[in-house]
Write a protein that binds this ligand. Structure first.
Ligand SMILES: Cc1c2[nH]c(c1CCC(=O)O)Cc1[nH]c(c(CCC(=O)O)c1C)Cc1[nH]c(c(CCC(=O)O)c1C)Cc1[nH]c(c(C)c1CCC(=O)O)C2
Length: 362
């Protein structure tokens, strides 16, 4: 833990404690690979456009503004917990919120995603990326305080974007399918690239620590687009920065989850970067994923989110396949292989939570 954040809170990592009832939840037990009464379930993007109550409270409020209003953050985070009975809440925010908080000119465009006004391409551009401090994101601390009071024994997952995925938005200026400018910097100016992802690791580490110190009892590092990389390039250009993030929160009693899409070839390395739980998309069955990740780590996943558009019997059959592949794992957190799609029927999600609980009850 940095001296700076110790000064801010007057606490050391060992003094930030998770309440016993939260610590004993099925979700946190599964993350620690301990026996569970049932397989815990939560969904990436469980809060959001699939829920009519979300669309209602978001009416007329831009995405980034909603992330900065503790009353809205609290309400939106709680909505899927109330409706679906999931085993964990995920803090409502976005991976670009810490960048916005340090003054990067960006917006989240509906249906598009994050768009950066002036993409980062040169050494001079790096100067815009100063470290983040708890005082830059007071609304995060406030919202998490309100949330943990409401959530009782339900754990709250904090999250951040990993350096590679954040760098891709900053360099491309928005979403990309090819990451051509990102890779051009990575291969063409490795020193500039290393400086960029190092700065991002400092920002991301601070953002996760703020959430943990405010009461988040697990953290997920989203390297959503890392699947665009070959393993050797991931190891060389990305893993050191992600490892730095995981190391910076290693002293807390809080599991660290790492997730990306299309990362079948990277699962071992993503575990090695410092995760306690490795997230798996739907392309690799969980028993095979466990072989790739190796012992000592729990897995999270991995129902294809589009399965929820099929009839109930098909959803149940595909869920049984996931549970069967996970049967020999040391720890399993049920999730989708990527986020809930906005057009998903919310009742299908509620049914899925009930079904996983029922089928996995021990
Ligand atoms: C890549 C990424 C982003 N943001 C995030 C990631 C990593 C997760 C992943 O791989 O999907 C992380 C994220 N973004 C959001 C959450 C909330 C918590 C949750 O999972 O419920 C989380 C965990 C809210 C959001 N973030 C965003 C929305 C939609 C905005 C809206 O409802 O108006 C939500 C609910 C916007 C956003 N922000 C981003 C994208 C691609 C989009 C979607 C663009 C669109 O389809 O409109 C960047």
């Amino acid at each position: 833990m940095s001296e700076r954040s110790q000064q801010q809170t007057g606490r050391t990592a060992a003094q930030v404690s998770v309440p016993a009832a939260v610590r004993d939840s099925a979700f946190l037990r599964a993350c620690r690979r301990e026996p569970v009464p049932h397989t815990p379930v939560w969904f990436m993007r469980q809060a959001g456009r699939s829920l009519p109550e979300y669309r209602k409270v978001r009416e007329g409020v831009p995405m980034l503004e909603s992330c900065m209003r503790p009353d809205l953050v609290t309400e939106i985070t709680l909505q899927p917990v109330r409706r679906h009975g999931v085993d964990a809440a995920i803090f409502f925010s976005d991976i670009v919120v810490p960048l916005k908080a340090i003054g990067v000119d960006l917006d989240i465009k509906p249906g598009v995603g994050p768009v950066v006004a002036e993409p980062v391409r040169t050494r001079a551009d790096l100067e815009r990326l100063r470290p983040l401090d708890a005082s830059d994101v007071p609304y995060v601390t406030e919202a998490i305080g309100m949330l943990t009071a409401e959530l009782g024994s339900t754990p709250l997952i904090g999250f951040a974007g990993a350096p590679f995925t954040l760098a891709s938005y900053l360099i491309e200026g928005g979403p990309s399918r090819t990451y051509e400018n990102t890779k051009a910097m990575m291969y063409g100016d490795p020193e500039l690239w290393a400086d960029l992802v190092d700065r991002l690791s400092v920002i991301t580490s601070a953002f996760l620590r703020v959430q943990i110190e405010a009461g988040a009892s697990a953290v997920q590092l989203f390297d959503s687009w890392a699947g665009a990389l070959a393993p050797a390039d991931y190891r060389r250009y990305v893993m050191p920065a992600s490892r730095k993030v995981f190391d910076s929160v290693a002293g807390y009693d809080v599991p660290r989850i790492h997730f990306g899409v299309g990362t079948g070839e990277l699962l071992g390395l993503m575990g090695e970067a410092g995760a306690d739980v490795v997230g798996v998309d739907w392309r690799v069955p969980l028993d095979e994923a466990a072989r790739r990740v190796g012992p000592g780590k729990a897995l999270q996943g991995n129902l294809d989110p589009t399965v929820l558009f099929a009839p109930r019997e098909a959803v149940r059959a595909k869920t049984d396949e996931v549970l069967a592949a996970a049967a020999g794992l040391e720890g399993h957190v049920f999730n989708l292989g990527h986020g809930v799609m906005p057009t998903t029927d919310p009742d299908a999600l509620t049914h899925l939570v009930e079904y996983v609980h029922e089928r996995s009850a021990r």
